[in-house]
Design a protein around this ligand. Sequence first.
Ligand code: SF4
Length: 248
Amino acid sequence: MPRIKLTYAQKKCVATVGMLMQKTQMASAGARIGIAVSGGVDSFTLLQVLLIRRRILPFPLELMVLHVNPGFDPQDHAPLVDWCARRGVAAHVEVTDFGPRAHSEENRKGSPCFHCSWMRRKRLFELCGQYGLTHLALGHNTDDLVDTFFMNIFQNGRVDGLSCNEPFFGGKLHVIRPALLVEKSYMKTAARQWKLPIWANVCPSNGVTRRADIHDKIEDCMKVGKGTKNKVFNALKRYQLDLTLQNL
Ligand code: SF4
């Protein structure tokens, strides 16, 4: 890949991901990282950032794209396949029926997103086992951390954010969130500047979930004072980082 000068937003993404990965010892020599790429801004930007970080790291690291299409449009991942092929990035792409099933009689009680995400997560774990991957990287960012933190308080009555680095199966697999300290606004700008071929999620539940609703309310609350949003974001970033460092 040719070396191209990075913009401010792109540098911010690359540097913040690098800082978190280093501070929390997210990956070491020989790590085989599967990146769950949905086709949205967050995961596609994470993929681009990890490809850049791999060039900077002093040790070898393997990266592989995992795309589990929820089944509303079985062709929409074509730009990702092409993008990976042009860069020589290994990818597993499969079309499932998880999205339609989550909206069917099979799932009469739960929310479609909960059911669909659960099936996709299960499949991603299976793929990690199948390919001998040591890490599964998810594209969550600071905005997701803030939403999750408040959703857990409002809905579940507990104080809990999103872990940066979580072991599964006795430590055989680590679920990592390298972009957790990056704000979505930087990821969106960086993705646009990199011209990443992001596509829209055509699922009927996209944007009309309880999470989306709570997100809008939190955004409104953070308008109460100048700089409130920054303060909330910084407080939760520090909280989550400290928690991860304590548990290392
Ligand atoms: S928005 Fe649709 S595709 Fe995304 S998790 Fe929810 S049900 Fe699945």
